[in-house]
Design a protein around this ligand. Structure first.
Ligand code: ADP
Ligand code: ZN
Ligand code: ZN
Length: 699
């Protein structure tokens, strides 16, 4: 007698077989079990989703058999399957794609025997012994945050948002909350999420030190920087329960952690929690969802500048707010935060890049052996190379964007498609040899600073040392670590960098941070640009004066043509709540997130016309079909994306909005089959791809 199973396999996102497939098996296999099954001519990894009462109409000859079970591995839990099911539904992707993407890639290649071999060496079970290291006394803020976090008990505690400036001791609160959970339950697991891999080594060291008594293999990390073998190892440790503390980036939210009792999301506002391809999920939002369905699992979000979505949730009472007002060990005034100085660029010499008072302030730091961080959100030498005779500019032939001039290897590089060429000797259009850089990137800023500080020396008479950290200087593995180490070791006086250095790093000797040209975000068409700028500047400011001895004298400089702008007023006052109130008011008036919900449908084709008309045709089809939820949903006409062409592919998008999340969800679910249908029409043969982005970050 044989059994019928519905099994989830990785199917291409746009194939018709999006749901689980039916297979035959000689024995009953528990849901969540990993199996190998035939698919076309290949044999692939699958997850048993459920046992079926019958063949569902498949005949004996049509039915294919399960080729093998990876029964060395315990089945994936019902909670995990529920999480994956939700993710696929909510973000409008196939179940198979989400489920298989959540598993370590190496698992797909292993046979049952190979897997059993990997699992052979069991981790010895040393359950938590409270020989924890000596702990520092919590500050009053930390004590009340901990008490607040513990105050709400019961099976479904609300998510908590820990709001505190950089250096207020949030990480210590995460450590305590984790320790408490691990001590209470000898099997409990804790997931700590960070936005970027760059930030994991520092945090990992801190967590490993604190939980060293658990045994080395109990603290694991999960992120895309791991080798496939390491990733499999970490995943298996999390799945088996051997790992008690899992530190990871966004992908970790979908890992199997059967005993998960606490999820911490550090820097919860960070855009890198949103996946930007495939299933475009928000790992923060999934963390909140996961905690809500998993038994006895709590979630703690933390930030100095929370996302407006989370902040609004504390106002409406959906989340609890835990507030920490002061930086640790800092002088009482202004909570030890650096003084914000706005430089009115209207009153500086024309075309000046660095205002003279700022240069003077940097020189003063150098004289005191303190460090400065100069921050510019654009890498390369100059964003454009131009001919002033004929107006030629360094456009990318494949994209609707300019190629950036990189002086170091004299290339023009497209930051969108990667197309790189040597800088032409003369203007390609008129032959003028006098082609010149326009605008400024970090590479040029570094050069300019070297000129400005040429006459300055360090206290011992030696030359000023300037360093740059951005995506270009850190391309090689280990480069970022070694560059950061030299900053920590005091081998650098002035550090020039992009937002990469504004985040997370614990620089002890930086007492001055300067944002050279932040104005662009004030008038951007992207409604989240001010939120991102504010949080970036607050975070950059947090780099200054982390060492309490310096914090009183620390400064954050902002060069701007709009010094009275409310964003800078709020920054000066270190007033996130004030800034948030002002932004939320605007968003409410405009019906934007968190007061309205949206999705983007993007389409790519060889011509803009095809991309747009595909979207418009699918939208008309939705209208004609009177889809569920349609009355509460607005679909706008298709428009070109901001960067309309990348690598010779034309891109268009359509915005879909609703005041009701549920209505938008119903509409998208009903619309998806129509999008597939529309795609099949001959007019859209040349369409390359389309995809839905639910809760997009940029509209
Ligand atoms: P955040 O995560 O909010 O930026 P951290 O937790 O990193 O803050 O704390 C900032 C600094 O203060 C760290 O060097 C940390 O070791 C120290 N610190 C945190 N809590 C305490 C405490 N209760 N007593 C003394 N030092 C503390
Ligand atoms: Zn020219
Ligand atoms: Zn390009």
């Amino acid at each position: 007698m044989s059994h019928w199973l519905s099994i989830v396999v990785a199917t291409p996102a746009h194939s018709a077989i999006a749901g689980p497939l039916t297979y035959r098996s000689p024995s009953l296999v528990a849901p969540g079990t990993l199996v190998r099954v035939p698919l076309g001519k290949r044999e692939v990894l699958g997850v048993v989703w459920q046992a079926l009462p019958d063949s569902g109409g498949l005949t004996e000859s049509q039915a294919r058999h399960v080729a093998g079970t990876l029964d060395a591995l315990p089945p994936l839990s019902a909670d995990w399957r529920a999480l994956v099911g939700f993710t696929a539904r909510y973000y409008q992707r196939s179940l198979g794609e989400v489920a298989l993407a959540a598993l370590p890639p190496q698992l797909r290649e292993l046979t049952g025997i190979q897997l059993a071999r990997r699992l052979k060496r069991p981790v010895q079970d040393t359950s938590y012994t409270p020989s924890a290291p000596d702990l520092i006394a919590l500050s009053p803020d930390q004590t009340s945050a901990m008490a607040g976090f513990d105050a709400e008990t019961g099976p479904r505690p609300r998510p908590a948002l820990l709001f505190g400036a950089t250096g207020s001791g949030k990480t210590e609160v995460y450590l305590r909350a984790a320790a408490q959970v691990l001590a209470q339950d000898p099997g409990a697991q804790v997931l700590v999420m960070v936005p970027e891999i760059n930030l994991t080594p520092q945090l990992q060291a801190r967590f490993e030190a604190r939980f060293a008594h658990l045994g080395k293999e109990r603290v694991v990390s999960l992120h895309s920087g791991l080798s496939p073998a390491q990733r499999l190892k970490s995943w298996l440790a999390a799945h088996s329960g051997a790992a008690r503390l899992i530190l990871g980036t966004r992908m970790a939210v979908l890992a199997s952690m059967p005993q998960l009792r606490l999820i911490v999301v550090d820097e919860e506002h960070d855009p890198s929690y949103k996946q930007q391809e495939g299933a475009r999920y928000s790992a923060r939002d999934l963390a909140v969802y996961r905690a809500s369905i998993q038994t006895d699992c709590r979630v703690l979000l933390g930030s100095a500048t929370p996302s407006l979505e989370s902040w609004q949730a504390t106002i409406s009472g959906k989340y609890r707010l835990l507030k920490m007002n002061e930086r640790i060990g800092a002088n009482a005034q202004a909570g030890g935060l650096p003084a914000v100085k706005r430089v009115d660029m209207n009153h500086q010499p024309r075309h000046c890049v660095m205002a003279p008072p700022l240069v003077k302030a940097i020189e003063e730091r150098i004289a005191r052996s303190e460090q400065s961080l100069i921050f510019l959100n654009r890498r390369g030498y100059a964003p454009v190379l131009a001919c002033h005779d004929c107006g030629w500019k360094s456009e990318c032939p494949h994209c609707s964007a300019y190629r950036v001039f990189h002086k170091i290897d004299r290339t023009l590089r497209c930051h969108h498609c990667g197309f790189t060429e040597r800088v032409p000797r003369a203007c390609p259009s008129c032959g003028n040899i006098d082609i010149a850089p326009m605008g400024r990137g970090t590479e040029r800023l570094e050069e300019h600073l070297a000129e400005l500080l040429a006459g300055t020396t360090r206290p011992d008479g030696s030359e000023v040392r300037i360093a740059r950290i951005d995506a270009d200087t850190t391309r090689l593995k280990g480069a970022l670590e070694s560059q950061l180490a030299s900053v920590h070791a005091g081998e650098v006086d002035v550090l020039v960098g992009t937002q990469m250095v504004a985040k997370g790093h614990d620089f002890r000797h930086i007492t001055l941070v300067a944002a050279i040209n932040p104005d662009g975000a004030l008038f951007s068409s992207d409604f989240r640009a001010p939120e991102r700028l504010f949080s970036l500047l607050m975070q950059a400011a947090g780099r200054a004066g982390r060492d309490a001895r310096h914090s009183a004298a620390s400064q954050m400089w902002v060069q701007t043509f709009h010094p009275q702008h409310p964003l800078f007023e709020a920054l000066k006052a270190h007033d996130y709540p004030g800034f948030a109130a002002q932004q939320l008011e605007e968003r409410q008036a405009a019906g934007m997130s968190p007061f309205g919900f949206s999705a983007l449908v993007r389409a790519e084709a060889r011509t803009q016309e095809v991309a747009q008309s595909f979207l418009n045709a699918a939208s008309s089809a939705a209208l004609a079909a009177q889809l569920e939820g349609h009355a509460q949903v607005t679909a706008y006409p298709a428009v070109p994306m901001t960067i309309q062409r990348v690598a010779n592919v034309e891109r268009a998008q359509m915005l879909v909005e609703s005041a009701s999340r549920a209505a938008l969800q119903r509409f998208l679910a009903a619309w998806q089959p129509l999008l597939f249908e529309t795609r099949k029409q001959t007019d859209f043969k040349s369409l390359i791809r389309w995809a839905i982005d639910v809760d997009p970050l940029a509209i």
